[in-house]
Design a protein around this ligand. Structure first.
Ligand code: HT7
Ligand code: ZN
Length: 874
């Protein structure tokens, strides 16, 4: 495949000012007519031909200024249209007609049909599957779209912008026109048409403009969009208050679609969503689903300013919109829910997803310098690490400085296709700060290590800090970066000392040490006694912390660090290290120190801590996380045994406390409400149920909880305990059968059932997943279902996926080969489950290599999957 490089960026040779499109939707084919108002860019060669992007297109007609272009002047292939001898200067119009078959579009890029509904997905390069175009984000145009369809088949006709004229046509057909006055790149184009129900509402902006809000769903499901609508209105208010950003069209439409490659898409004025991130009911959705909807609704809405009004110059700048928008949605959730709990969740996700990516064969800088398939760069590094860079900027510049930089960015670049340099320049200018060293974070791949040592003598504490970054596959010159290190010195009573540094080589501002050199020191004097050092609070930089700290001090911090995040980290790091050691030592070694067990148990009962935080503190790291801590020569079986041993030990030691706490919680819960506090109580209650079931050694408690559950969170938690811990019991099969019988008609719940069965850590599961792939309700063509089964198994069942005989790898690789023929983007994404294969012990490594090589040897692979396999194997 061809490599696209950032260094090859050239501005477009032609401009497209305005686009007028007409869609005629019919069963079996769609006709598209596109009229573009164009001109040559100044200072370009007047003889240069126009080269438009296409992908699997059929050209029906082509003319310029109303005159057909002769065959000798153009060349059309499915993926390119080259036109010569266009006017050397001045505006001209180009008309292009294409014919599409959305019914056979299984890739779900461009125009496709999902359950009869026509819909589009254009990011990153889907618009070129609709018409020939300059399909790149730095070509911005206004759009007018006329959609025509059978009124029965598609009573609803939607596109970007504001609604215009509409009416009836002969033969039972009708039409609607949409006008988008905001110039936009083609990747933000959208069209939806079909039989849809709608939930409507209104919103008054801060300047007093009324916006009509609508969420469209498949028939009969609009009432399930109520929480999404509420989240949308809260997002709109928040963006006005926090960033002064107001919505800019008369309507804001959201459509929930069943077949969708990712979470959602921020098309201007017409967001299209995976229905998983819209549809909720207490009986079908977990608290995690509610939180996910809130996050994704907010994320797509926030894109209206960070992504749409200001877009990306090229796809290398993807983090400009994604990292920034993730930062914004994280801040929104922190404000709406619990800041500490939200931060722990984000850091947990970063370590689970981004760290392995940054430390394996798929490593790349937050702003990549090259790609072969852009769809493979919608990664945890671009999104999550990208958001951490924005967070560091906010930490370094302070709240007011950060806001001043954002204000300047919005004012200066509204309507632009911008770069990371443009973005950083706004913060540098608004605050008078030199950010050239900070910019290295965008270009240097890998997770820096931060080494911290302490020395205390005669009332004097010296903190020594050192940073190092391994030269990775994507490495450039490795220069020291600007690492903001938030810290606290915790006194014996569990409060922070108000100590100011008295000497040292690093600048300290409030509670932040600015490490800008490879090594530095900070000294605090005249301390009455040795404080406990709580370092990298709130995870102030995306680094691996190597803090040489006394075990006793860490136990103390796990009990009384006044910073909730610091406390969680102190405890879970101790537990993680103990499990790492136990996994590496092999069977027979007790996993946890009794004092650590006691600390975990004590957290469960600590009334000062909100229940959601307690649930996080008592959760043991997952098997994948322990594998990451082990790092090399990983044996997943040993990890499984060590973790099970630790669960047993905590369960036995804590049984009484856990029962008492859980009984107290249950009494205080009433009718279902998805709010964060209620969700936190359910999380704690279910975490305790797991331990109590383990202590009891029988499925009785979980079976009772399953029967009594009046919401999906509790039902799922009980079913998971039964299926995972009591797999062979009648109670487990009864629950799984009941679950299926009750929800077989509901695709989003059925996905949970597929995942639940695929993640059972038992020897029988390989046969189960084989059966499930042949189940009448399984469909490779539906990405959610494929992810539920294949992704659930490959990323949610380490013990069986990494089975020593390689059967788990082979089954997965074969399914990916099948999926690739239908939906390359989803196949490529699922293939990243193999990214850490080199960290396993030699026998498994060899099995993984063989399975991957067999898949890679297929001649007909997509560019998407081939790119992932080549990089994974390289
Ligand atoms: N900007 C979107 C990313 C995206 C996408 C979404 C749906 C299907 C295919 C897609 N390719 C890229 C989603 C977001 O970050 O908000
Ligand atoms: Zn996004």
């Amino acid at each position: 495949g061809q490599v696209i490089r950032l260094s090859d960026y050239r501005p477009p040779a032609f401009r497209i000012r305005h686009v007028d499109m007409r869609f005629s939707l019919n069963d079996g084919h769609t006709d598209v007519e596109t009229v573009m108002e164009m001109e040559r860019a100044p200072d370009t060669d007047a003889a240069e031909p126009l080269v438009l992007d296409g992908d699997a297109l059929t050209l029906i007609a082509l003319d310029c200024n109303g005159v057909a272009i002769g065959a000798e002047r153009f060349e059309a292939t499915p993926d390119r249209l080259t036109i010569r001898d266009l006017p050397p200067s001045g505006p001209f119009t180009l008309r292009i007609a294409t014919r599409l078959t959305p019914e056979t579009n299984t890739e779900l890029m461009g125009l496709y049909r999902s359950n009869g509904v026509w819909c589009t997905q254009c990011e990153a390069e889907g618009f070129r599957r609709i018409t020939y175009f300059l399909d790149r984000p730095d070509v911005l145009a206004t759009y007018r779209v006329r959609i025509e369809a059978d009124r029965e088949a598609a009573p609803i006709l939607l596109s970007n912008g504001n609604p215009g004229e509409h009416g009836d046509l002969d033969g039972g057909r009708h039409y609607a026109v949409w006008d988008d006055p905001h110039p936009k790149p083609s990747y933000l184009f959208a069209l939806v048409a079909g039989r849809l129900d709608v939930l409507t509402d209104t919103f008054e902006t801060q300047s007093g403009r009324d916006v009509d809000l609508a969420i469209y769903t498949e028939p009969g499901l609009a009432d399930r969009a109520a929480y999404a609508m509420d989240a949308l209105k809260r997002s709109m208010v928040w963006d006005e208050r926090r960033f002064g950003r107001e919505y800019d069209l008369d309507v804001f439409n959201i459509v929930a679609i069943s077949d969708f490659n990712m979470g959602a898409m921020e098309n201007k004025g017409l967001n299209v969503f995976n229905h998983k991130y819209v549809l909720l009911a207490p009986d079908t959705a977990t608290d995690g689903d509610y939180a996910g909807v809130e996050t994704v609704i907010a994320h797509e809405y926030f894109h209206n300013w960070t992504g749409n009004r200001i877009t990306c110059r090229d796809w290398f700048q993807l983090c400009l919109k994604e990292g920034l928008t993730v930062y914004r949605d994280q801040e929104f959730s922190a404000d709406e829910r619990s800041r500490t709990v939200k931060r722990i969740g984000s850091v947990h996700g970063l370590k689970a997803q981004q760290f392995p990516e940054d430390q394996g064969p798929l490593q790349h800088p937050v702003r990549p310098r090259q790609y072969r398939e852009i769809n493979n760069f919608y990664t945890a590094t671009v999104y999550e690490k990208g958001s951490e860079l924005v967070r560091m900027l906010a930490t370094i510049l302070g709240e007011a400085g950060f806001r001043a930089g954002m204000d300047l960015y919005f004012a200066r670049h509204d309507g632009d296709a911008a770069t990371i340099e443009d973005f950083l320049t706004c913060f540098a200018e608004a605050t008078g700060t030199d950010l050239s060293q900070f910019a290295l974070w965008y270009d240097q791949a890998g997770t820096p290590e931060l080494y911290v040592t302490e020395h205390f003598e005669a009332g004097r504490l010296t903190l020594s800090l050192r940073q190092s970054l391994a030269r990775g596959a994507a490495g450039t010159g490795i220069e020291p970066m600007h690492i903001p290190v938030r810290f606290g010195l915790v006194g014996p009573d569990g409060t922070d000392l108000a100590a100011e540094p008295t000497a040292g080589t690093a600048e300290v501002e409030g509670d932040v040490i600015h490490l800008v050199t490879a090594e530095a020191e900070v000294v605090f004097s005249e301390l009455a006694e040795r404080p406990r050092v709580s370092i990298l609070r709130d995870f102030s930089a995306p680094v691996t912390l190597r803090h040489e700290q006394a075990y006793e001090d860490r136990l103390v911090l796990a009990r009384l660090d006044p910073n909730g995040f610091g406390r969680w980290r102190a405890l879970t790091d101790l537990v993680g290290e103990a499990l790492r050691a136990a996994s590496m030592a092999g069977a027979g070694r007790p996993a946890l120190d009794p004092r650590l067990i006691e600390a975990v148990v004590a957290c469960a009962a600590e009334e000062r801590l909100e229940p959601a935080l307690r649930a996080l503190m008592i959760a043991l790291p997952g098997e994948a996380e322990i594998a990451r801590l082990v790092g090399s020569n990983v044996d997943p079986e040993a990890i499984h045994q060590a973790r099970e041993g630790a669960i047993g030990a905590v369960a036995t030691a804590g049984a009484e406390t856990f029962r008492r706490v859980r009984d107290g919680l249950e009494r205080s819960s009433g009718n279902f409400s998805p709010d964060a506090a209620s969700a936190g109580r359910r999380a704690l209650s279910n975490a305790l149920l797991m331990y109590l079931s383990a202590a009891d050694g029988t499925p009785a408690l979980a079976a009772e909880a399953f029967r009594a559950a009046d919401n999906m969170t509790d039902r799922m938690a009980a079913a998971t305990i039964l299926a995972h811990r009591f797999a062979e019991t009648p109670e487990a099969s009864e629950a799984l059968d009941r679950f299926y019988a009750d929800y077989a008609h509901d695709p989003l719940v059925l996905d949970k059932w597929f995942t639940l069965r695929a993640t059972v850590p038992s020897d029988a599961t390989l046969d189960t997943v084989r059966d499930l792939a042949a189940h009448p309700k399984f469909s490779m063509a539906n990405p959610n279902r494929a992810r539920a089964l294949i992704g659930g198994f490959a990323t949610g069942n380490p013990r069986v996926f990494h089975q020593k005989d390689g059967a788990g790898y082979r089954w997965t690789a074969e399914r990916l080969g099948e999926l690739d023929r239908l939906n390359p983007q989803t196949a490529a994404r699922l293939a990243t489950a193999f990214r850490s294969w080199r960290s396993f012990e030699p026998v498994r490594q060899e099995q993984a290599r063989a399975a991957l090589s067999a898949l890679a040897s297929r001649p007909e692979l997509s560019r998407d999957l081939r790119d992932i396999l080549d990089r994974t194997l390289s």
